[in-house]
Write a protein that binds this ligand. Structure first.
Ligand code: HEM
Length: 424
């Protein structure tokens, strides 16, 4: 490459000849060929990126005032809310941002499940996504401990204590996680350090996620790969505009919550300072972790494994199973559009996930609809069973026995009809 070969002129050209960032952005986000048939479900990756940015920026401002010390943490949050200029705004943006981040990412995952975006050749792209999901869960858990309210303290107690169920090494692991013999200042300090660190690790993994995406190219609602230039459009202006529109709608809803209902997704109990001598009546995690919490509590004793350990294993497997999903799904057809049976089960799965969330938010022995014979734990067991059945039994079997619909020859044909393919 000659020293002055950039397509850009002036200062931009000068920089680009020495550090081709502008060429890179132009190639990957300007002329980048993208399937012409994206629907709005393809907005959610970009929305997740927006959320990640907002979380880091608002988090850095909060960190300037927050005190990671058990004697001061709760008070410092109150100070941010009342005395720091626009502190309330930063906190509400950050608090609710976590929820909106999870909403965006969960929709992004379900989109992938529906359209088979995890299937070859996008396995690694998907697996990097699962790594991001795990990192997000850890980050949000650490973050929730920081205000040092009742739910922070007891949530941390329940989750860290889970490790004590591991035979032999369980208790030493818990002591090691705590940094002492109780949840105390060292615990809060290390959780804060990790809460600040992990988002930047997420940024790194998102970078790899997007590189992997640009190697394989995006999937699309038909699940068919683009075959000619007719099937794609340049990313800019088509999808920059479509993403901007989606982002505007998303930001409006986010702002409505931040300004008009900022506590609607939170837990009142966390406005009571942490007290190790008083256990709250009900310990519940944030809404986005409820389904996993339900799975944790729903598993009974299994042979020689007691319920506590079995629950922990089930909870981890419920996420780790996503890593092997590309190999559990044996279907030759990618998109649920052409998989009528899978489509029905997909919606059953969505409902099951919501029910699991509901189960996680209620005491296990509560009666369902006042019925004597049905407790929350029973619903938890049925839905937990279905969750695993869906992945471990349905995915392998459906691919073998499902009668799929005919798949169009090309993306263009699916958009404009068979006759249009030659005309365009
Ligand atoms: C911080 C979180 C995440 C960010 C910022 C992010 C970002 C993106 C972006 C920008 C795209 C391209 C646009 C789109 O297809 O929507 C994408 C695609 C994709 N992501 Fe993510 N992602 C995240 C988490 C995840 C997770 C948790 C998974 C799965 C477990 C996942 C799986 C995928 C897949 C399979 C694609 C390709 C979709 C397709 O081409 O149809 N991502 N991601």
């Amino acid at each position: 490459m000659s020293s002055e070969s950039s397509k850009f002129t002036g200062l931009v050209g000068w920089v680009d000849n020495r550090l081709p960032v502008f060429s890179y952005v132009h190639k990957e986000y300007g002329e980048y060929p993208t399937p012409r048939n994206f629907n709005y479900w393809w907005n959610f990756g970009a929305l997740a990126m927006f959320c990640l940015t907002v979380m880091i920026v608002s988090g850095i401002f909060l960190a300037m005032q927050y005190q990671p010390n058990t004697q001061m943490a709760f008070e410092s949050i109150q100070r941010i809310m009342r005395d720091v200029n626009y502190g309330w705004l930063m906190r509400y943006i950050h608090m609710n941002g976590a929820s909106f981040f999870f909403i965006a990412v969960y929709i992004h995952i379900f989109r992938g499940l529906y359209y088979g975006s995890y299937k070859s050749p996008r396995e690694l792209l998907w697996m990097l996504g699962v790594v991001i999901l795990l990192l997000m869960m850890a980050t949000s858990f650490f973050g929730y401990v920081l205000p040092w309210g009742q739910m922070s303290f007891w949530g941390a107690t329940v989750i860290t204590n889970l490790f004590s169920a591991i035979p032999i090494v369980g208790d030493p692991i818990v002591t090691w996680l705590w940094g002492g013999f109780a949840i105390d200042n060292p615990t809060l300090n290390r959780f804060y350090a990790l809460h600040y660190l992990l988002p930047f690790v997420i940024v790194g993994v998102v970078g790899l996620h997007v590189v992997a995406l640009h190697v394989t190219g995006s999937n699309n609602p038909t699940g068919i790969e683009p075959k000619s230039s007719q099937d794609t459009v340049p990313f800019h202006p088509y999808y920059t505009l479509k993403d901007s529109f989606g982002l505007s709608v998303f930001v409006i809803i986010y702002a409505l919550i931040v300004f008009y209902a900022p506590e609607s997704l939170g837990e009142a109990e966390n406005y009571v300072p942490a007290n190790s001598l008083q256990t709250p009546a009900e310990i519940v995690p944030e809404w986005y972790l409820l389904p996993y919490y339900a799975i944790l509590r729903s598993v009974p004793d299994l042979l020689i494994i007691d319920a506590k350990l079995a629950g922990i294993i089930a909870m981890f497997v419920s996420i780790l199973v996503l890593f092997v999903l590309p190999w559990l799904d044996t279907s030759k057809v990618r998109s649920a559009r052409y998989r009528p049976t899978y489509k029905k089960f997909f919606w059953v799965f969505v409902v099951v996930c919501f029910v699991l969330g509901w189960v996680g938010a209620h005491p296990p022995n509560e009666k369902v609809f006042g019925l004597e014979w049905l407790e929350v734990i029973d619903v938890g067991r049925i839905t937990t069973f279905y969750y695993f059945f869906h992945f471990f039994v349905l995915f392998p079997l459906l691919g073998k026995f499902e009668k799929t619909k005919p798949v169009p020859n090309s993306i263009t044909e699916s958009v404009l009809g068979a006759s249009a393919t030659e005309k365009v």
